[in-house]
Write a protein that binds this ligand. Structure first.
Ligand code: 5AD
Ligand code: SF4
Length: 348
């Protein structure tokens, strides 16, 4: 089978995914990215959906070895936004015409069931924007309460589909539990997002193929693929960074495999490659997630160093992103951009 035939197959096997991950020839890669772009256009259209992120707290009770927010990182100044600040930022985001609000934080139980429910409810009162939660692993009762309060989506990356690696990166957590959380979230009607980190120490192409296949098995609505970037004051501070090209390959192959799924051109890719967003958006991605966290907090949400845009004014950096998308000839959607599989969703 030649490359074009492989790229046009309806279903790719694990071995075929691994084969594609090993492509290095420039022309072969161009064919892979062009095919992913075509599949994206066919299943998702040309619109790029924006998700406005608010990083509500950088406290975290976990200790993931790769992450700057890990609890043991004492050199990071910690903050929590007040509910009023969060609600006001959500208002600013919807005033920009962005109709997905992502509430993101480390695993911070200070933001308990009631405080998050209150914030969701208040945002619900002021607009029809979709509300995505990205608050880590919480209790099933909390997921249920927040769904009832009006949340629409939950983002919980699986990080790696290799259970042994998962346990070496997350000393207190298990891959099977993370998968159970994602399945529960889906069962009560959340649109779910997950994804991995690319280029982590000890990770192989077999692991990356399994990441893509796990995303398929979970029947995700959104899947995000970002490079690992070594973060100071973490056990992995001296490890090698993930590569932009490998991240693009995973993104493109994921598009071929997952088809009707939202895939972002990630900020992490844009951080390690000056045209990372453009490359992602032309290799299968169809969403962009601008960070609208206000100063001074945006500079303190240091999952990894040098995060693109974290030093810039949130409105200016969002406007710059919008221009970059339009310069590619893509349209920006000013709608919620719900799951492309929404008709299949179960009610609560
Ligand atoms: N580089 C890139 N992404 C990271 N994340 C955590 N640490 C890093 C890092 N060093 C991502 C993880 C997690 C989210 C909070 O940020 O995928 O889900
Ligand atoms: Fe906390 Fe998430 Fe970072 Fe892990 S990856 S330390 S859970 S913020």
């Amino acid at each position: 089978m030649n490359l074009q035939e492989l790229l046009h197959k309806d279903e790719l096997t694990r071995d075929e995914i691994i084969y594609l991950l090993h492509l290095t020839d420039k022309e072969d890669l161009q064919q892979l990215y062009a095919r992913a772009d075509e599949v994206r256009a066919q299943y998702c259209g040309d619109e790029v959906h924006l998700r406005g992120i608010i990083e509500i707290s950088n406290f975290c009770e976990q200790n993931c070895v790769y992450c700057g927010l890990r609890q043991d990182n004492n050199s990071l100044p910690r903050y929590r936004m007040t509910p009023e600040e969060v609600i006001e930022t959500a208002r600013i985001i919807t005033n920009l015409g962005i109709f997905t609000i992502v509430l993101q934080s480390g695993e911070d139980n200070h933001f308990d069931t009631d405080i998050i429910s209150y914030i969701i409810y208040q945002i619900r009162q002021q607009s029809n924007a979709a509300i995505t939660l990205s608050l880590g692993e919480r209790t099933f009762d909390e997921y249920r309460a927040w769904k009832i309060a009006g949340a629409d989506r939950y983002l919980l990356k699986h990080e790696t589909a290799n259970a042994n690696l998962y346990e070496s990166y997350h000393l207190k957590q298990k891959l099977s539990e993370r998968v159970d959380h994602l399945k529960f979230l889906k069962s009560i009607g959340y649109q779910i997002g997950s994804g991995n980190l690319i280029g982590l120490p000890m990770q192989t192409s077999e692991d990356l193929a399994d990441d893509i296949l796990l995303c398929k098995e979970l029947d995700l609505d959104m899947a995000a693929f970002g490079p690992f970037i070594p973060s100071p004051n973490t056990p992995y501070q001296h490890k090698l960074s993930g590569e932009a090209e490998l991240t693009l390959k995973v993104t493109a192959i994921a598009r071929l495999v997952l088809k009707k799924v939202h895939i972002p051109a990630t900020t992490a890719l844009d951080t390690i490659d000056p045209i990372g967003r453009e490359r992602g958006l032309t290799a299968g991605a169809n969403i962009v997630m601008p960070d609208l966290t206000p100063f001074p907090y945006r500079e303190q949400y240091q999952i990894y160093p040098g995060k693109r845009g974290s030093q810039d004014d949130p409105l200016e950096s969002t406007a710059r992103l919008q221009k970059r998308i339009e310069a590619l000839g893509r349209k920006i959607s000013y709608k919620r951009g719900d799951s492309l599989k929404l008709d299949l969703q179960q009610p609560l």
